[in-house]
Design a protein. Sequence first.
Lengths: 367, 367
Amino acid sequence: MKNEEGKLPDANQPISTAMVQARRSEFDFIEDLRERTTSSKGSLPITPGHSVLISGIGDDAAVVRNASSKDTVLTADLLVEDIDFRRTTTPPFLLGHKALAVSLSDVAAMGARPRWSMLSIGVPEDVWHSEFIDNFYDGLLSLAGRYDVQLIGGDTSRTSEKIVIDSTLIGECNSGQAISRGGAKPGDLIFVTGTLGGAAGGLRLVERGAHLADQNLTASDTDSLDHLLLRHLRPEPRVGWGMVLGQERLATAMIDISDGLSSDLNHLCEASGVGAFIEATRIPVDANVVDLSGRRALDPLQLALHGGVDFELLFTVTPERATKLPRRVDGVAITRIGEVREHSHGVKIAEGTRVWDLGPGGWDHFG
Amino acid sequence: MKNEEGKLPDANQPISTAMVQARRSEFDFIEDLRERTTSSKGSLPITPGHSVLISGIGDDAAVVRNASSKDTVLTADLLVEDIDFRRTTTPPFLLGHKALAVSLSDVAAMGARPRWSMLSIGVPEDVWHSEFIDNFYDGLLSLAGRYDVQLIGGDTSRTSEKIVIDSTLIGECNSGQAISRGGAKPGDLIFVTGTLGGAAGGLRLVERGAHLADQNLTASDTDSLDHLLLRHLRPEPRVGWGMVLGQERLATAMIDISDGLSSDLNHLCEASGVGAFIEATRIPVDANVVDLSGRRALDPLQLALHGGVDFELLFTVTPERATKLPRRVDGVAITRIGEVREHSHGVKIAEGTRVWDLGPGGWDHFG
């Protein structure tokens, strides 16, 4: 923890009790967090040959002992209040979940196993003294526990008004087996996990004033509307699929769908130097978006193509290896939506007999 | 990069050109940064047996290949505008320097070599379109280059008003040789690098309206006032000392002075389960603070003890190993200020014939 300049004592004044108390409570908080994180037990067994934590929260830095056969994968995600989330519509438990989920999705997209989390959070003083922080870390640690991820560090600070979160996640994969965006080859098949458009549909509903009845409801207990709200508020990163695709060396390229299928497919194609051809009818549009499309004025295909924040995985596989793909991982299916073409072909989508250029973020009707 | 919810297209509206441009410029920015970081050459040779970067900016996550004989050290520092810095008094070049410097100091305090930086930054739209970002990264990459640190990732976001920065730094040390705060034993000698009180003195002067004449001046070109301002605005982490103390296994415990000598000495003693006795006359008070103390109403010892943000290293050494300590590293000397005692002794400071309890953050006149 660093010194907060705004709290520095004035040279002409004795150090105020309030300042000492405010800082002490931050130290107490860190001590509490240290105890919670060192006693946490994960659900996945860590087999020998993995990296191990030497020391976590409570020193100048965390220390991890590397396994020599592993590569380390590192990602960071910044979440800013009123840009990336709204305090009024995102309960703190779900915000903690989401902060880790977006980073888990990045590590999954590398075909890696998530291991260590570093979480930095800045909050206004009134939030610090509310139950927000406890609920936030409950949500984060609950998701972390499901994947045996340990919180090993981070930082806290006061902010003047808005909440800000930076989630850094460290994962590992077998040496040389990280799956980049750049390995797709013409002829590879293009797959996507789960369904698309649900998270964007949920966001649209939140923007129109819809609220989640009960944040503790599971998806199976809720109707179409709550399902979509949860797709937006409680994203489920495809950690299991990421690890299977990485460990079994099934995917030639992979990216998580955070900007939207159209954008992220273009990112993957640019990095690989290839084109792509996908079929609109194959895209696994979230059935709940379709259910609500009439009554709620949602355009399912538009949301599935450009909505983003679904945190599904988009990946490519050679035709030979495609037969080795499991049907489901953690209950989540995959769908083949098209195939990789030469770069000169461009990135195209077919709807019936018509073929369009699929640019990042939107239809480009010049095809 | 994640989708920014605030920028999601409305289902009933075509995607605006402004949105596409804003996002494209973010992608362009990342591409520029990727080119700058992959082409950067450091000044320190990396010997065989160190971890190597496999891929940095431009995918879902960065990938590092671990060296089996090394442990990985990880730290994060959150800097919030108007809490940890002020835009009006900190030029963006120096803010970039400072964001990395605070993390370098944490890694140095573990006795480790800094290797990889992940930098997340959120800025308001007007700042994004100014020269701020370029100058910020110039400052960060300039300091990174001095220590062969590579920028390998991070995130960017818009904020509604304030700048926020999270600096994550990954270092490495020989396996099992990270220096924690917890290894001090009674009889060990207590040392501190450099001088104390300068940064807090500089902050005090900034708060009273002092400005740096020229941010490109080096400390040797400036007078006492500019020296103090630079101690505050351009902290110099003791990277060289950290690496020497770690590699030569000289220190039994170490911490960087970010909260102030009194607080950080107490942190080290708590972690080690020991007490300490230090002598006020031995504390290396910054000579420029002493110079200005009369005219500028600064209390040098008060600033040196409680001021913080000096980013010097506080460490303990056995009497036998103390003879092996180099006199200077990178031109920076060290000073023995006291010795470690039994826990029951408490943390005390002697001034002449009087001995006081030295509590975190302030004198406690009950000794």
